[in-house]
Design a protein. Structure first.
Lengths: 658, 256, 222
């Protein structure tokens, strides 16, 4: 099957405008009889469900948490980008588009990214109208800050809780539609199978996680807004419940998986403290605005950070990348930290950490405050105190979080940070309309592969989730459903539903009946270790081949030795987790295949065989300027389809932040 | 920070489902690191129980970074445990010492029925939001974000109220099982902003009505909610909700 | 929302508590002022004059009917709230660390109020009820000053009165501030002031009341 990305013809900056004015519409009376299932209620899902509800479609939403408001979009800290140019610093739609394409290491579609940049400004307007309390200046206007990989200030934020505020905005819009009767909410429900009829997505099988019952739901279209699969690594900044299950079921029913190996390792996370660790905590990228990253110049330096004099510190990002300094994109910063630690310059007990130091920022802000307040002959203590106050105002909640987790005071000693899995650029392959290779099945937000190429810039995940949900899907879905208005709701006693339900129930029973010896958690940890060691920040062909064999063996072991306590027909978190880990065990293998296939380094995908002498990623544009879309062909059988990436406007070049 | 290991006794509420009466079970856990989070200690307990072929303790959790509002344990009589402005997932074991006994219960309020063990049903909060916790604006109608300047102090106050994570600690801690802090945080967030002004009367009335319908108690200004709120939501918000309510009563709400 | 509904929601019920409470606070001021006349130590002359005015003035007597009604409403609604709120948590916590999160008197308004109710029954049965009964029976006002002098000879009466005043003080420490909070007046700007006035009021007024039996008992007033 040839992949058709359906990118509209015409000039890049006219494509979306042209599409909107020529796509098919559904009249309001018909919308009322069209049913849409939205899986996942994070930024993409909640915004899509709300927007479609407003239009008059009959929508059902599903989330595994107890409320849509818990989705992990809520944990995004730093901010959301928009090409508003409120700061008059040279920003524009084109520049946001360009930064995103370049940040993605020239592995994203021009058409999609340009559309994203175009609607970015509307997102801010929409959110403000909903009452999202973004940070403001004293004049009452919105405030901006800078983020990695850009040279303008285009990031809107709400302290360190931007994701929370945006999600609450979308959640409230969603709850309003529920109150109006346009949307029905199913919380503590997990999608366990996609139902297809005549090749089209027509519904899902979901499990009520409280009663354990399987339920059938029909929809004229199904939207997967299920987030990323970073938890395949076990340790990540994702929430404990984040999983690939819904997306993976769709993949096995015919949806191609795009670029699964593209994972983002975030440079500033709190390091692992021991084997007990269940998840990793991110410290917002915004901290790199003011913090300086360094390691000692000497290997295995065991002195306390305060005892290491300035000239014996290596501010390696500033040294290597003078133009962007500490604000290089995430992939670059992460690799640089790993390089230093691997070379023996790491700090802390594990030696797998670098310092993020606020001493200089505290002093700088302190001096500014002294000047503002006109204090003559201020003592060092006064300067430090005033500086700390400013830092507290800007980053207080992040510093508090660090202190709670580590028991150290980051105002006094530099924070220790290390990269951790954070985001997956890869995901279900979608065309320009966000439709997967299964007609009527869509993927939005992090669940799709589309906009970030091989590396995502900070503050653009929130942007993409909301762009897809509020501004893209309401148009593109109508274009598909306009041809489906004569399709009556299909009763859920249709054989396709019965068959799908049976397959789900068989699989659950199979899992429960293994009655082995090892816990789900233990398998998940073992999988995570294979993935992190061999398909993590640095990869090589040999390691990936080993990983594939190891994962296959682990999967076999899982299916013969996992132990799941409790029963099927009750609230059973271990069973929920087992299903998810079983899917991760299949996805992990595909990720390794993809990483092995991509003989180049680009963005978050770093193949050790492909690097410059200075250790920078080396792309192979001649052979790999394509999206790898994988088709499921049976266990361990994946067929590669290539979607060539065509750059009409941007000229791919070596990505340099020096 | 010095690290140490400890052995603990846990008294944990076990309840099979909503119909079961429930009881406390006592467990011992060994070699708990002071660096673990409270929930990681529960992970250790559950792994231990699974290894023994027993049923693990069900508890709600998701983000484990203090923002999703899913975790919800009542630890030694305190919602989210003893640390100030901290969710259970961010409580760390350096709080405890070797030999301690810890009693863990679910949120207790009739409006939060127990689903299993420490897991409760908090959908009542969703229904309260459905009653009016939003601004009625459809997608695509918005004017330019900077066309409406908002006083920084107001915006900051609105943000402070909007920081609520909907965890339910306020109602769990309140001797009256009242959800006033939760409701007032949302009413305040929206009432402080000009965008929320047109619907403010209806919103206050409808949300209060829904709160009552869900079976929460009424506020008697005790202040335990504020003390236990992991996000430091202030009692001033309750005063503001009362003011909004009075305003709606005395000027006539717009749904009449 | 009509008026009946407006006062019957959970906030509406609290509003009843707040408004009646504030009325009772005003009454306490008047009551305290009148009774404090005994401290002139003039053999009860000024006190009897004031008491006579209060006992016979038409307007005051009309307001007294309101007072009685508000008092009963305050008691009824208070007990109602107490019981209603208790019923919202059918399964109680095995461990409660209430004192770490709130002051005991804020959690104990139901108990403090009930104690006050008992005190009130004792107090009114000694003075107010016999006095009004006598008036209604056409026998005129009773010599209240002399009655006080008599009653407060007994130590146990004095102890009950002092305990009553202490209960009142704790009830007021919370009640004063709480009334304003329920009316939404405790904004960031005013809450400090209101709280300070409330605490001062809760100490001063009950202290004056408590001094009366003590003063009689110890013979400071003859």
């Amino acid at each position: 099957m040839p992949l058709n990305s359906k990118i509209p013809a015409g000039e890049l900056n006219k494509k979306w405008e042209d599409y909107k004015s020529s796509c098919k519409l559904v009249n309001p009376a018909n919308k009322r009889s069209l049913e849409i299932l939205v899986i996942g209620t994070g930024l993409a899902g909640a915004s899509a469900a709300a927007a479609l509800g407003e239009l008059g479609y009959k929508v059902k939403t599903f989330c595994f948490q107890d409320s849509p408001r818990r989705a992990h979009s809520i944990a995004a800290q730093g901010g959301i980008n928009a090409a508003k140019n409120y700061q008059n610093d040279g920003d524009s739609v084109h520049r946001l588009f360009y930064d995103t394409i370049k940040g993605g290491d020239y592995r994203a579609r021009e058409g999609n990214v340009h559309r994203l940049a175009e609607v970015s400004a509307n997102i801010i307007d929409q959110c403000v109208a909903q009452g999202v309390p973004f940070a403001r200046e004293y004049g009452g206007l919105l405030s901006n800050r800078s983020f990695g990989g850009t040279q303008v200030q285009r990031t809107f934020y709400a302290a360190g809780q931007t994701g929370q505020q945006l999600l609450i905005g979308a959640y409230q819009a969603l709850e309003r539609q529920i109150a109006l009767g346009n949307v029905t909410q199913y919380s503590r429900h997990e999608m366990l199978e996609l139902v297809t009829i005549d090749g089209k997505a027509r519904g899902i099988i979901a499990r009520d996680l409280v009663s354990g019952k399987l339920e059938r739901f029909f929809g004229h279209a199904v939207l997967l807004c299920t987030g990323g699969y970073g938890n395949v690594f076990y340790l990540s900044t994702n929430a404990m419940g984040c999983n690939v299950t819904a997306a993976w079921k769709a993949h096995k029913k015919g949806a191609f998986f795009g670029n699964p190996c593209y994972t983002q390792i975030h440079p500033t996370c709190i390091p692992v403290s021991g084997d007990h660790q269940s998840k990793l905590t991110l410290m917002s990228e915004s901290l790199r605005n003011d913090g300086r990253i360094w390691v000692p110049k000497a290997q295995n330096d065991t002195r306390k950070p305060g005892d290491i004099p300035e000239e014996e510190r290596d501010y390696y990002l500033e040294r290597r990348y003078p133009a962007f300094g500490n604000l290089v994109p995430r992939d670059v910063a992460s690799r640089a930290a790993k390089e230093r630690c691997d070379a023996g310059y790491g700090v802390g007990a594990s030696k797998m950490a670098v310092y993020l130091d606020y001493a200089a920022a505290i002093e700088r802000y302190g001096k500014i405050e002294v000047g503002k307040q006109g204090i003559a002959n201020a003592s060092k203590e006064t300067i430090t105190q005033l500086g700390k106050d400013v830092v507290k105002e800007k980053y207080g909640n992040l510093f508090d979080m660090y202190a709670k987790i580590t028991g150290e005071n980051p105002y006094e000693v530099p924070m220790r940070i290390y990269p951790a899995v954070h985001y997956t650029m890869g995901g279900i392959w979608v065309d320009y309309e966000l439709m997967t290779t299964v007609p009527g099945l869509y993927a939005l937000g992090e669940a799709n592969f589309s906009d970030h190429g091989a590396n995502r810039l900070g503050a653009s995940a929130l942007m993409q989730g909301l762009a897809d949900g509020y501004f893209v899907i309401p148009y593109t879905l109508g274009n598909y459903l306009a041809d489906d208005i004569r399709t009556k709701s299909i009763p859920t006693d249709h054989p396709a539903f019965a068959e799908a339900e049976k397959s789900v129930s068989d699989r659950i029973n199979k899992l429960m009946n293994i009655k082995g010896k090892e816990s789900v958690e233990s398998f998940h940890k073992r999988l995570g270790k294979i993935m992190w060691d061999k398909c993590g920040m640095a990869r090589n062909a040999e390691g990936l081949k080993q990983a594939i064999t190891e994962i296959q063996a682990l999967r076999k072991e899982f299916w013969s030795n996992v132990f799941i306590p409790g029963d099927v027909d009750e609230f059973n978190p271990e069973l929920d987790k087992a299903g998810r880990v079983a899917d991760f065990l299949e996805l992990g293998e595909l990720m390794c295949h993809d990483a092995l296939n991509r003989n180049e380094s680009c963005g978050g995908h770093f193949r050790e065989e492909y690097q410059t002498e200075e250790g920078e990623a080396l792309r192979q544009d001649d052979g790999y300027m394509y999206v790898a879309a994988w088709e499921y062909k049976g266990e361990s059988q994946f067929e590669l389809h290539k979607e060539e990436l065509i750059y009409d406007v941007v000229h791919p070049s070596a990505r340099s932040y020096k | 920070m010095e690290h140490y290991n400890m052995n603990l006794t846990l008294k944990v509420w076990k309840q099979k489902n909503n119909k079961d009466k429930g009881r406390f079970e006592t467990y011992k856990v060994k070699d708990i690191s002071s660096e673990m989070s409270f929930l990681e200690m529960f992970d250790v307990l559950n792994e231990q129980l699974i290894a023994e072929g027993k049923e693990p303790v069900a508890f709600d959790h998701d983000c484990r970074e203090g923002i999703c509002g899913m975790c919800s344990m009542h630890i030694d009589g305190r919602a989210h445990g003893p640390w100030h402005e901290t969710t259970t997932c961010q409580l760390h074991m350096r709080q405890y010492k070797d030999g301690d006994t810890i009693v863990v219960e679910p949120w207790r309020a009739n409006a939060f029925p127990v689903i299993k063990d420490l897991v409760t049903d908090r959908t009542s909060f969703d229904r309260i939001i459905q009653a009016g916790g939003y601004i009625s604006v459809n997608t695509g109608n918005a004017v330019d974000a900077n066309s409406l300047p908002i006083e920084k102090q107001k915006a900051d106050e609105a943000f402070a109220a909007a920081a609520c994570i909907g965890c339910g600690a306020c109602a769990a801690a309140c001797p009256n099982a009242s959800a006033m802090l939760f409701v007032s945080a949302k009413v305040s967030h929206l009432a402080l902003l000009p965008q929320g002004d047109p619907e403010r009367k209806m919103r206050a009335m409808n949300m209060v009505n829904q709160m009552d319908k869900e079976g929460f108690g009424s506020c008697t200004n005790i202040g335990a909610c504020e003390a236990e709120c992991p996000k430091g939501i202030s009692l001033e918000n309750i005063a503001r909700l009362n003011r909004e309510y009075l305003g709606a009563v005395f000027s006539g709400s717009s749904n009449e | 929302m009509n008026w009946k509904q407006a006062f019957s929601t959970s906030i509406g019920k609290k509003l009843q508590m707040s408004l009646t409470g504030l009325f009772l606070i005003l009454f306490l001021v008047v009551h305290c002022y009148i009774n404090a006349q005994i401290f002139w130590n003039d053999g009860g002359k000024k006190f009897e004059e004031a008491a006579h005015f209060m006992g016979t003035n038409f307007i005051i007597r009309t307001v007294e009917i309101g007072l009685t009604f508000f008092l009963l409403l305050h008691i009824f609604q208070g007990l109602n709230l107490w019981l209603r709120n208790r019923s919202k948590r059918s399964v109680r916590y095995a461990v409660s660390a209430g004192s770490e999160t709130s002051a005991w008197y804020r959690r104990s308004m139901g108990i403090l109020g009930s104690l006050l109710l008992i005190f009130l029954v004792i107090h009114t049965s000694k003075f107010w009820i016999p006095n009004r009964a006598s008036q209604i029976a056409g026998n005129g006002e009773l010599p209240l000053y002399e009655m006080m002098k008599h009653e407060f000879q007994y130590l146990w009466v004095v102890v009950i009165y002092v305990l009553g005043c202490i209960t009142l003080a704790w009830h007021l420490v919370h009640g004063f501030w709480s009334s304003f909070q329920t009316l939404g007046l405790t904004t960031h700007r005013y809450k400090g002031i209101i709280n300070a006035i409330g605490v001062a009021f809760a100490i001063i007024v009950p202290a004056i009341f408590a001094l009366m039996p003590i003063a009689f008992h110890l013979g400071w007033i003859s």
